[in-house]
Design a binder for this molecule. Structure first.
Ligand code: SAM
Length: 160
């Protein structure tokens, strides 16, 4: 858990009650055990990472191999959740509101990445393009919207 607050950063009191609940559906295995080594954003030529999908959700991978690009959503479990105003460079000079950043520190620490699917290996997806710490919980997998064509019939009166 990140606890260090930089000078001038602002926090909020975070609520104790929750509005929704998540199920972690898997775990992401990456080469990075520390933030200092973890990239700020994944790159398509980054190292192979393994997305492990837990039962019963491994059965929901059916058909995934037909996509080359996937959108991965993950829970940045070691981020603080109370920052309103952040100083990313730690220089005490330039401040940004949390929603003007892709910082892991946010009220609901959801990370997203578009990754290249290299191969499917049982209940695991081998991908490139991630930027999360080893052991990060997985919350969802979707085909890249550019590659995806809706499978349900068109809706009357709606053109796209
Ligand atoms: N690509 C995602 C996005 O834009 O939503 C995440 C970007 S965030 C800037 C990536 C950084 O978050 C990493 O460099 C690392 O410092 C931090 N990070 C990665 N995994 C984390 C985790 N499980 N908990 C807390 N911080 C994490």
């Amino acid at each position: 858990m990140q606890t260090r607050l930089r000078p001038g950063e602002e926090t909020a009191d975070t609520p104790t009650a929750h509005d929704a609940a998540l199920h972690f559906i898997g775990r992401i295995h990456t080469p990075w055990d520390s933030r200092a080594l973890c990239p700020r954003q994944g790159k398509p030529d980054g190292p192979e990472c393994r997305i492990e999908v837990f039962a019963p959700w491994d059965r929901a991978l059916e058909g995934i191999e037909s996509y080359s690009r996937l959108e991965i959503l993950y829970w940045l479990d070691r981020a603080r959740r109370d920052l309103i105003r952040q100083n990313p460079k730690g220089d005490g000079e330039r401040f940004f509101g949390t929603f003007a950043l892709r910082s892991p520190q946010r009220p609901n620490p959801i990370g997203t990445a578009l990754v290249n699917l290299e191969r499917v290996n049982g209940n695991c997806l081998i991908v490139r393009g991630l930027d999360c710490l080893n052991g990060t919980p997985l919350i969802d997998i979707k085909p890249d919207r550019c590659e995806f064509t809706p499978k349900a019939p068109d809706k009357p009166g709606v053109t796209s």
